[in-house]
Design a binder for this molecule. Structure first.
Ligand SMILES: Nc1ncnc2c1ncn2[C@@H]1O[C@H](COP(=O)(O)OP(=O)(O)OP(=O)(O)O)[C@@H](O)[C@H]1O
Length: 613
């Protein structure tokens, strides 16, 4: 299952209709657009009527002056139509682009607001395709599909009215051709909707695959998995290709059927029109005007297949977009949440019978965790892999909310604090450091845009990340996508500097030194210990050397705190603690031995691929 939490299918077109709030600011432009489009259509409809007058008047009466006047009139109408079409296309594309970007801004802002749990479950490719491909479909619908639906329907009605006015028996015959058109449209609408949704979902899956493969290119190459990935891609691409081809076939068949109707009607009109002229029921000019007008119906009818297809795609695109926009963020400010200022924070952090589980998991990851970290204290969390250490830490900045119990800061439930304030006060660095394709400075000041150069220098010194000053453009050097132009240790130290920048009230560090060599680790620990003196800190650690940074240690086993005490107390009295530390140390030693890059993480800059910001 690639798209979780999909709500029941809404009534047809309901979600597209809901997007009208984005159209509302442009009703003036759209009104003018319709006026201009109708005027252009009126100009083109007038031409056959002039032709009738030319044939039945100046040509029949051999009147060159009349011919000249009508010719000039036809020319002026042609020119007016050309100008009107230019204005229409210009207004329609600028309006549709403005609407598209307003929707895209809202999708982006909403994705940022949505809780981490949402992003855990949704594939990024699906979100990407909704914010790009689906939005383009909506734009095409607003700029072409909807406009042509209105203009072509009006043209059809106007032409049929004129035809009935010119010669009603044949006019009614043309009007009756709407019946087969209606039947074909209904059948097409039903089958196209499913195909279009399937194709848009498959596009999302393929986008995810491409995104994953480019992000994981190093892993794929180093494991020699290129053929397998290429095969997976080929299977998905073939699936999408087949769905798209099926859709194309459906459009082709329907277009042919649509095409057949006006052409058959035209043949009948020509066959029946000649006797009508012979018996004096129609003039030659009227028959020519009739046929010319009828030819003008071919495009509106032919385009009907495309318009319906575009409308259907817009309906499914709107459904897919609203699935995202309708997901409410679950981690938000409570109604009476209070602001939090760094200066007012003492740093008394408590977990009180905290239970938490990820949605979809059979049992909670954390069970009734109770832990008190005193102001200014550094508490290390030690536990076997998968015991819930990262999960415990991610509850502090409210990346997830507890299922039961509470976490308090200075006695106040963190859910009663304003989120923005809480996240400003809590400095975080996770084991997998995330950097963005921005300058080093922008990456560092992500949470504290007002930090000055001195604060940045101090933070870099704590993280032993002075290597940034040796980069080609120093702090202004742009690190490549996800910081991949830096080594793992460099990325980790930048993430640590970002966390300690601005002296946060609570510091949450998830194994922040795991990618460092022993020498750099010792330097970072020495500098970090000075920062930790003044701040409350929760520190996931694996190595005994890093545990030494902590005042006390909590042992987490299978989501429960089983022991709390100083490192030496636990070493002396808790066999499980000794076992966890020696197991992680053994794993760590072998990982370091097998890591050719370790020496390269000490601080020299790997500037390849770096560009100036
Ligand atoms: N986003 C998630 N969705 C569902 N389950 C998750 C998610 N993140 C972690 N888990 C599960 O929760 C459990 C605890 O994971 P967590 O990452 O907190 O452990 P950890 O002690 O930090 O492990 P490690 O030392 O390997 O980093 C694991 O069983 C993991 O599979």
């Amino acid at each position: 299952m690639t798209i979780p939490e999909v709500p029941p299918r809404p009534p047809f077109g309901h979600n597209l209709w809901r997007l009208r709030r984005y159209v509302r600011p442009y009703t003036g432009q759209l009104g003018w657009l319709l006026v201009v489009a109708f005027a252009a259509t009126g100009a083109s409809l007038a031409v056959p009527l002039i032709i009738r007058q030319v044939i039945d008047g100046p040509i029949a009466n051999r009147d060159p002056g009349g011919l000249y006047r009508l010719g000039v009139l036809a020319l002026l109408l042609g020119l007016a139509e050309a100008v009107l079409i230019f204005v229409r296309r210009w207004v329609q594309s600028s309006t549709a682009l403005a609407i598209e970007s307003a929707i895209r801004d809202d999708i982006y802002a909403h994705l940022q607001r949505l809780h981490v749990g949402f992003h855990d479950r949704w594939q990024s490719g699906q979100l990407l395709s909704r914010a790009t491909a689906d939005l383009s479909v909506i734009r095409r619908f607003l700029s072409f599909g909807l406009l042509f639906l209105i203009v072509n329907t009006a043209t059809y009605l106007a032409v049929v009215g004129l035809l009935i006015h010119l010669y009603w028996p044949l006019g009614l015959l043309v009007a009756a051709s709407a019946v087969p058109l209606f039947t074909v449209s209904r059948r097409f609408t039903r089958s196209y909707l499913a195909a279009s949704r399937q194709m848009q979902d498959e596009q999302g899956d393929l986008t995810t695959l491409i995104e994953e493969s480019t992000q994981g290119l190093r892993t794929i190459k180093s494991f020699g998995r290129r053929p397998e990935m290429a095969h997976r891609f080929a299977v998905r691409a073939r699936q999408l290709h087949d769905t798209a081809t099926g859709k194309g076939r459906l459009i082709a068949r329907t277009s042919a059927e649509f095409d057949l109707v006006p052409n058959l009607t035209l043949a009948v009109v020509l066959v029946a029109g000649a006797p009508a002229v012979a018996y004096g029921k129609l003039t030659i000019g009227e028959l020519v005007a009739f046929v010319t007008l009828q030819l003008m119906l071919i495009w509106p009818i032919e385009s009907l297949g495309w318009i319906i297809a575009n409308g259907q795609e817009a309906v499914t695109a709107a459904d897919r977009i609203q699935e995202v926009l309708d997901t409410a963020p679950t981690i938000v400010d409570r109604p009476h949440a209070v602001p939090l200022r760094r200066a007012a924070v003492h740093g008394d952090l408590r977990f009180e019978r905290v239970t938490f589980g990820y949605p979809g998991l059979a049992r909670p990851v954390l069970h009734e965790v109770t832990l008190a970290v005193r102001p200014g204290e550094t508490m290390a969390i030690v536990g076997a892999t998968g015991s819930g250490k990262t999960t415990l830490l991610s509850l502090v900045p409210r990346l997830y909310d507890v299922d039961a119990g509470r976490i308090s800061l200075d006695g106040q439930d963190i859910r009663d604090l304003q989120l923005a304030g809480l996240r400003r006060v809590v400095g975080v660095a996770f084991e997998e450091p995330t950097l963005f394709s921005m300058s080093v400075r922008e990456n560092l000041t992500l949470g504290r845009p007002d930090a000055d150069d001195d604060a940045i220098r101090d933070a870099l010194a704590v993280a032993q990340a002075d290597f940034v000053y040796g980069l080609p453009w120093g702090l202004e050097t742009r690190v490549g996508e996800q910081g991949l132009s830096l080594s793992g240790g460099q990325r980790q130290r930048l993430a640590l500097a970002r966390a300690v920048l601005g002296q946060p009230g609570v510091l949450v560090l998830d194994d922040p030194l795991s990618a460092l060599d022993v020498h750099t680790e010792a330097l970072v620990e020495a500098a970090l210990s000075r920062v930790l003196r003044d701040t409350t800190a929760l520190l996931v650690v694996h190595r005994p050397s890093t545990v030494a940074l902590a005042d006390r240690v909590a042992l987490l086993a299978d989501g429960r705190i089983t022991a709390v005490g100083t490192h030496s107390e636990l070493l002396a009295t808790v066999p499980d603690y000794r076992a966890v530390l020696s197991a992680t140390e053994a794993a760590d030693t072998s990982a370091r031995a097998g890591e050719p890059d370790a020496a390269g993480l000490t601080g020299e800059s790997d500037a390849s691929g770096l560009i100036r910001s």
